[in-house]
Design a protein around this ligand. Sequence first.
Ligand code: AMP
Ligand code: MN
Ligand code: MN
Length: 326
Amino acid sequence: MTETGINGLKEYINTHNRFLIIGHIEPDGDCISSVLSLSYGLRRIQKKVISAIDSQCPAIYEEFQPVSQITFEGDICVEDFDAIITVDSSSPDRMGKYQGLMDKKPNFVIDHHVTNKLWGNYNWLDLEASSTAEMVYRFLKELGIEYDPVLATINMLGIQTDTGFFKYTNTGWRVMEIASELIKQGANAPFNASMVLENNRVQEFYLLSEMAKKIKITLDGTLIYSFITLDMLEKTGCTYEDAAGLIGELRSIKGVETAILFTEMDKEEIKVSFRSKKWFDVADIAIEYGGGGHQRASGCTIYQTMDQTIDEVVNNTKKRMETVNY
Ligand code: AMP
Ligand code: MN
Ligand code: MN
């Protein structure tokens, strides 16, 4: 439960030799980037590293050659490492099945989510950081690790994706300076951008079109929501992974402050994604349902039917939006 900052992490690295680095389930670009760049950096200083994520690799990242170094959904033997580092994960349940390893060895949490309650034995939490990948960059620089184009490119990925390619409010001068440094060191930012943004399967458009038909707009156009059912996924040839980008489409609509997308993972398991533009705090509401995230992007899973979930979450959001002072 200690916030040790970057210096604590330095000491943790100096006092252990074999690491297990874990990213969160349903990984995004920041998660994959942070796992890969931290692993790469630690190997450079002769540390032994196992990198693991308890989900399948999202299809768009499969062509990102360094991901082959990550064990996706693999079994990890507790004798094979001395210390754990988790990245970009606001709570232990984000570890999936690796959560069970947490009390077997010491763990260090590196994260930037406002909903993180310092759940590690040691923690470095930076709410100002645009991404965990930005924190990893600062840490590797602190260790004096030399960047090459491969490390620069994998480290750049998380900064790009978590800032929405330098569009979101977490895009400040500091992250721009780091991005500039990474490009000087050979980061192939256009490659990353094209992989993430220009790699959609046509089925995602079919899903977008189905989702668009279900859109509801309320509160004078400031709240928008829609849903995706298992039937819609089947009909369009999609998996829930294909739904990940669609919440951004909802937020993009003129006049919208808050967007919510409900995705049916199972009959009574609904993934809820929240996004806001300027003033509504969506981290707070996700926390109420056991989830987490940031003020402008958050999520949770609710174990009820789709109808019950939509009803409850929309009413709750309306109430909160109507009473908020901004
Ligand atoms: P998503 O809507 O899945 O893209 O998630 C948006 C943000 O919310 C990300 O920063 C996630 O880390 C966070 N998030 C999503 N789902 C959960 C959850 N079940 N628990 C904690 N954080 C979550
Ligand atoms: Mn993430
Ligand atoms: Mn992140």
